[in-house]
Design a binder for this molecule. Structure first.
Ligand code: FE2
Length: 339
């Protein structure tokens, strides 16, 4: 599989990277992440070029990483700085290094052409760190499915009714049509459900006595960031921007990093415009989304498994697939252009 390479992917949560090296396969390349003595993250190919032991099994010594077999050491640029039992450093003993940067509590990595890595391209389209917004961070999640199955799923408001009945969905939305649009490389699939019960997860906090008007705006940013902006307002303001501003609102944020062609590192978190400093609320939201995303994981891993057994030749297409079709066209175009 060909991945889009000249872009930032999330490699780890900041808190996952401590004093020990972390091995993680990214875009089908084995990568070791570690922190230098001043705390700055670094990333190299996760192989000692001597006997091929993954460097992630070694230790961090000062600003370099030392192989756990014979102690060959490499700095953050991949240059060998120590060869054991000899004074001469072999000239070919260097490793590919990848630019990494910390942003929003995540370690982002640039796997493509290193001179193109540009921090101005980091994702910033959320009210992250802004006053009045609370944050909860989900646990690192591993999914045994192609990342494209995940980004499709996260651009699909319709599945919520069937997969997430207890947390995010209600049957009132089942037959409400969705609207798909695109601006540049960004795809939006949205839906308003007027005068209906709130999603269970919001009703817990909104405690509305009656029906609400609720929105779901599903955004996809190439290649693999999905933001779901959803919320509710008591009936009256209709499907307006004002209702979205005044209502109870959440951004559910999904950063998908291909591990292999058939597995994905899944980093997720939510921002909310209520109870910003309430840790108990953060914990509760995380628990609800762990449940919800386990439901998605079961479905996507099953679809991945049966892809090895294609007993139906042509899938049926539904109107709800318009967002996914745009997403795939855009992704394919970007990948082709990069080749
Ligand atoms: Fe889902």
């Amino acid at each position: 599989m060909t991945f889009l390479k000249n872009c930032w992917y999330v490699a780890a949560w900041t808190h996952e990277l401590g004093g020990r090296p972390l091995g993680r396969r990214i875009l089908d390349v084995p990568v070791v992440l570690f922190r230098q003595s001043d705390g700055r993250p670094a990333a190299l190919l996760d192989r000692c070029p001597h006997r091929m032991l993954p460097l992630s099994m070694g230790t961090v010594v000062g600003d370099s990483i030392q192989c756990g077999y014979h102690g060959m050491s490499f700095d953050c640029s991949g240059r060998c700085v120590r060869a054991p039992a000899q004074s001469r450093i072999p000239p070919d003993a260097s490793l590919p290094a990848y630019k990494v940067v910390e942003h929003w509590g995540m370690v982002w990595i640039w796997m493509g052409e290193q001179d193109k890595a540009d921090e101005a391209l980091l994702f910033r389209k959320l009210p992250w760190g802004e006053a009045g917004w609370g944050l909860n961070i989900g646990p690192y999640t591993h999914v045994k499915a192609d990342y494209r199955l995940l980004i499709e799923n996260l651009l699909d408001p319709v599945h919520v009714t069937y997969v997430h009945q207890s947390t995010l969905g209600t049957s009132a939305m089942a037959d409400i049509p969705i609207e798909t649009s695109q601006e540049g490389d960004v795809v939006l699939v949205k839906r308003w459900t007027l005068d209906s019960p709130a999603a269970p997860i919001l009703q817990r906090f909104g405690k509305w006595p009656g029906h609400v008007d609720r929105w779901q705006y599903y955004w996809w940013y190439a290649p693999s960031i999905n933001v779901v902006d959803f919320g509710a307002h008591e009936v009256g303001m209709g499907d307006s921007e004002a209702a979205r501003q005044a209502g109870l609102r959440m951004y559910s944020n999904h950063f998908l990093t291909p591990e292999t062609a058939s597995s994905t590192h899944y980093f997720w978190c939510q921002l909310r415009n209520f109870a910003p400093d309430d840790e108990a609320v953060s914990r509760e939201i995380t628990e609800q989304f762990v449940m919800a995303f386990d439901e998605d994981k079961a479905i996507l891993e099953a679809i991945q498994r049966v892809s090895a057994d294609p007993v139906i030749e042509r899938p049926v297409h539904l109107a709800l697939d318009a967002g996914a079709a745009r997403l795939h066209r855009t992704l394919d175009r970007l990948i082709t252009a990069e080749q």
